[in-house]
Design a protein around this ligand. Sequence first.
Ligand code: PLP
Length: 411
Amino acid sequence: MSKKIIERFKQFVAPTYGRFPITLDRGEGSYVWDTDGKRYLDLGGGIAVNCLGHANAEIVQTLADQSAKLMHCTNFYHFEGQAQLAEGLTNRLAQGRVFFGNSGAEASEVILKLARRFGQEEGRFEIITAENSFHGRTIAGISASGQKKLKDGFAPLLQGFAHVPYNDIDAVRSAITPATVAVMIEGIQGEGGIHPASKEYLLGLRALCDEHNLLLLWDGVQCGHFRTGSFQSFQAILGDQIGGFMPDAVSMAKALGGGFPMSAVWISEKHADVLGPGTHGSTFGGNPLACAVANKILEVIDRDDLAANAKAIGQFFLDKLVRLREKYPTAIREVRGLGLMIGIEMGGGFGSFDNSKPASVQWVFALHESGLLTIPAGSSVVRFLPPLNLTQQEAQDGLDLFEQTIQKVIE
Ligand SMILES: Cc1ncc(COP(=O)(O)O)c(C=O)c1O
């Protein structure tokens, strides 16, 4: 069965992804099953998407109810679900307005257009982003991203981006020119290998942006939606030092729809009119199905206090992983993360590995054999981005499978 499906992919599906030889059939909670009946514990969460796990009964019911009522509604009209969601997201940040889209890359597009229009009259258009950053795969997204491999073969790219080392406020300061209009960053670099911003960096960025009248654009696509134990990662990173810190725009996607494609950008009230009528749009953005699901997810996260769970289970993982690093120093080089956004820097060059492939991919492959789904990043990082409702027992089961795999690989 799985072989046949993989053959059909090879023949009919565009070869843009390096796919693992797994064909999934169904999921339930934190587990998925492949077409041969093998069960996997899913600590990848669809790359930080399935925040309530798979086939969540309340989400299934919400989708069924909403699709029987109103599935699509053009943005020429109003409907309650979109207003409710915009209000719900705004209440978790500050007064502002929300634009809805369908993917993280589209959310990046919105904040980039916001910056361009904000600086238009003064002829300012340059946006500073971080080296190793990831902001999506559109032409604007790869232009903004600080990774060369994303850009290869797509010249000429969108002009007006400067990439500087992450967590280095002096580098940002030095990159500011009379044409600079914004700074765009991820609170925790995800695709770049789980690198959290420091408090000093965030506070420094806000001060620098205020001083030079720049927009501070926050990419919360991967690190947002309670993954860090707070709604947005700057709230988790800054904690009681948050003061009046607030970006000028915050992008969201992935866990916002828990598997239903959707994205949103919150824009501060001060800049709410920059993208006025006719400046941007999306046929499907903020459709009734997506909004119903996202509203239900917010309700469940609040009701079940999943932010606290993400924080507690994240700490449980980190503590145990640090101990595993001490036990297996050749396999685990470093452990980083915040809440349920965890990066494990792995060693490579083991005899059982096909060393023509990056260590990150080799490890993820070996973990599949043990029944554990994780996500590779860069050449050597394995990511855990599980559902926010993961239980401690499931986390422990995942750690046991992780340790068993290490023992097999390094023996
Ligand atoms: C920080 C960040 N921004 C933007 C994106 C793009 O999101 P999408 O794949 O939904 O377009 C991603 C996806 O991984 C991401 O991690």
